[in-house]
Write a protein of this length. Structure first.
Length: 125
């Protein structure tokens, strides 16, 4: 899924906020809007490494029943400390193909988790 996307090792928050006509100094706005805007132009560098922030799922996931959502299952089961973006995306793709996940997208849950403060990203080797 290249589609002319630019591979990045960061989240271009300011540019995306401006494209969405949102005030970048405020955290208002749905993470899903930012994730979709990101994916229309960018893709994450596959070598980036996930690090959990230690924040509780119900603290960062803005859904009515965060513990029972598909996103929560993905975050709890697939976003693991020390895994690369490629490893996580490959695992999520496999689970989507097997029917375990319906709405998962490459990079999508990683980006939303990053925006919600559940993970951080660091450069891999």
């Amino acid at each position: 899924m290249d589609n002319g996307q630019v591979e990045v090792s960061y989240f271009p928050f300011l540019e995306i906020a401006q494209a969405l006509n949102k005030d970048p100094s405020k955290s208002s706005g749905r993470s899903l809007d930012y994730e979709r805007a990101f994916q229309s132009k960018y893709k994450l560098n596959e070598n980036m490494i996930i690090e959990l922030t230690g924040r509780a799922l119900n603290e960062v996931l803005d859904e009515p029943n965060p513990e029972s959502s598909e996103r929560a299952r993905i975050w709890l089961n697939d976003l693991k400390d020390g895994l690369s973006v490629k490893e996580i995306n490959d695992g999520i793709k496999q689970k989507k193909l097997s029917g375990q996940y319906k709405n998962a997208r490459p990079d999508g849950d990683i980006i939303i988790a990053l925006l919600q403060g559940y993970i951080t990203l660091r450069r891999g080797t």
